[in-house]
Design a protein around this ligand. Structure first.
Ligand code: 4AD
Ligand code: MG
Length: 427
């Protein structure tokens, strides 16, 4: 067959011959005629196969999701959803499909069991295209600003974000953990590279089933020497704004197909509003929530806070005792730390966690002991403070959390091809 085009190329072929290939998205017909909706990675188009066309018998036999190659003539048709149809002159079935196990309105559990087939759905394909744009934009953002991309190991000996969500694995004769964050290694690497970033999987043995937790998620992290809280907040708001802008520019069609209201995304520009933990607590109380100051926010609190904002915002200066050991104690208040969470609006909540890093070895040691961890595992990390320590800060963005909000999805699992959540490791 001649050179294959894509469904997206069709508008340039009105009245002309075209060769396409893809999958039968839907099929129906009556005597002597078959209507096949052909799907490729760029879209769908209705193709009409009439008796007499080469391959008509196979077109009748082919069930949905069969793969086909076809030749035909593009016809403009105002009534067609895409404005065009293809009158097929020749069709070849490349792979006949069995009875496809997924039909309309199936339960989420069945769709997860059949994930390897469901990943070809229009919905997931649209989300994955946006996800791809998000990854590309993150790389572009950091590289444009002179950051180096550098990786750290996934197998580690020490916890970064507390022991309760660590996955334990056998590592020859030792016990190892799957990484929760590259951060501790990143703090060592800035002494050579100064501005670094990485997008890699992080692992959290989250024992609760929620709409926004994965056991394996993609973590976009940055670490920068010589910056403080102001510098890291600016970087975060610029990053989020840049990514959202890129998605709006390049994936408007997919956002629309997902039913996303883009008006809220169009507002995403720096600066983002900043409130302290204390101010957030006051807001919650005013909203009638019975919240005990000093605790961490859960999704219920975050949701209520997001009602006050129409774009992403920061909550800063959390109580020291609920935050990670590496966060820098506030110089003017030893009970809080110089940290920030960036929340997405519309009820989505935390998408970034970041902080200025503690430089004092004594304070770090004290914090590590308070967490009940063995300081021995952190000796190498403490060395970073012994050999030319500099002020530095960094953050981690949950890429699926960002994609979930950008797409307006109600569950994080649909932002990733093969989600890893509690009770699910297959397929
Ligand atoms: O707030 P977290 O735990 O911060 C850190 O790991 C820091 N060490 C990052 C850094 O400073 N380099 O995680 C960062 C982000 C969260 O804001 C959230 O978006 C995402 O990672 N995240 C998850 N996403 C999906 N599923 C989970 N189980 C997640 N846990 C955290
Ligand atoms: Mg966090």
């Amino acid at each position: 067959m001649s050179e294959f085009k894509q469904v997206a190329d069709i508008p340039g072929f009105a009245g002309k011959d075209i060769a396409l290939r893809g999958w039968i998205h839907r099929t129906r017909g009556s005597k002597g005629i078959r209507f096949l909706v052909l799907r490729d990675s760029s879209g769908v188009v209705q193709c009409v196969v009439k008796e007499g066309a080469k391959g008509f018998e196979d077109a009748v036999k082919a069930l949905m999701e069969s793969s086909v190659e076809l030749k035909g003539v593009v016809r403009e048709d105002k009534r067609a959803p895409t404005g065009f149809e293809v009158d097929v002159t020749e069709l070849k079935v490349v792979g006949f499909a069995e009875n496809f196990p997924i039909r309309k309105d199936q339960s989420p559990e069945l769709l997860l069991d059949q994930r390897h087939l469901w990943v070809r759905s229009r919905k997931l394909t649209d989300v994955f295209k946006i996800r791809s744009e998000v990854f590309g934009a993150i790389h572009e953002f950091f590289r444009e600003r002179g950051f180096f991309e550098i990786q750290s190991p996934s197998l580690t000996k020490s916890a970064c974000e507390g022991g309760s969500t660590l996955f334990e694995v056998k590592y020859f004769k030792e016990k190892a953990f799957l990484t929760q964050s590259w951060q501790l290694y990143a703090e060592a690497l800035i002494a050579g590279l100064e501005k670094i970033y990485c997008i890699a999987p992080s692992f959290r043995a989250e024992k609760s089933r929620t709409r926004r937790h994965l056991a394996e998620y993609w973590h976009a992290e940055a670490e920068v020497a010589w910056i403080g809280q102001e510098g890291t907040l600016k970087l975060q708001e610029e990053l989020i704004s840049f990514v959202v802008k890129k998605v709006l520019e390049k994936r408007g069609g997919e956002l629309k197909a997902l039913g996303r209201d883009v008006k809220i995304l169009e507002k995403v520009k720096p600066p983002f509003q900043r409130i302290t933990y204390k101010e957030a607590v006051d807001m919650l109380r005013k909203d009638g929530m019975d919240f005990k100051e000093g605790q961490d926010f859960g999704i219920d609190e975050e949701k209520v806070l997001t009602n006050h904002f129409d774009k992403p915002f920061f909550v800063t200066d959390f109580p020291k005792k609920i935050k990670a050991f590496y966060m820098k104690e506030s110089p003017d208040n030893p009970t809080t730390v110089l940290c920030d969470d960036c929340y997405a609006p519309e009820g989505y909540g935390e998408i970034i966690g970041g902080s200025v890093r503690e430089e004092s070895i004594d304070k770090l040691l004290e914090n590590i002991k308070k967490e009940g961890a063995d300081p021995k595992g952190y000796e190498w990390y403490l060395d970073t403070r012994k050999f030319g320590s500099v002020p530095h800060a960094g953050f981690g963005l949950g890429v699926e959390r960002l994609v979930m909000w950008i797409c307006g999805l109600d569950h994080i699992r649909d932002t990733i091809a093969f989600p890893r959540v509690m009770n699910r490791l297959y397929p």
